[in-house]
Write a protein that binds this ligand. Structure first.
Ligand SMILES: [Zn+2]
Length: 142
């Protein structure tokens, strides 16, 4: 499960709509709670380096990853997940997403239909089967 406040959630949706019809991507900052749920504290926008197929692929800029990762040193927070949008496609991981997924990371997918947020779902890779399973999203009032 991922837990995030409404402001963070709205910020992610806004970014995904701004980039439409291209894929937006970014990083989810948070920490794991005792029960294994990830509590997110904010989202950081990242650049999508894929310009050839930006409508259906993303390649998160590694510089953004490093910048955010370094900024979290000693804070007790870490990069807990990655978000990206699927313009005019469902919020389900593509084969491409599955191939490139890391275990232990939450993948928050936002479906954007005609420029409006349609649906958000979160996924984690099952290491045994190398397939994604869905995890619940809980949005709390900030
Ligand atoms: Zn995708």
């Amino acid at each position: 499960m991922i837990i995030l406040d409404r402001d963070t959630y709205e910020a992610i949706l806004a970014h995904c709509c701004e980039e439409y019809p291209h894929e937006a991507c970014g990083l989810l900052v948070g920490r794991a709670e005792q029960d294994g749920a990830k509590r997110l504290v904010r989202a950081e926008r990242a650049r999508n380096l894929n310009t050839e197929r930006a409508h259906d692929r993303y390649e998160l800029d590694p510089q953004d990853f490093l910048r955010v990762d370094r900024s979290l040193d000693g804070t007790g927070y870490a990069i807990a997940g990655v978000y990206h949008s699927h313009p005019d496609h469902p919020a389900r991981p593509s084969a491409f997403d599955t191939e490139r997924a890391w275990p232990g990371v939450s993948y928050l997918l936002v479906s954007v239909a005609r420029g409006r947020p349609a649906e958000a779902r979160s996924w984690v890779l099952d290491e045994g089967t190398q397939t994604f399973r869905e995890e619940p999203i809980r949005i709390e009032q900030g």
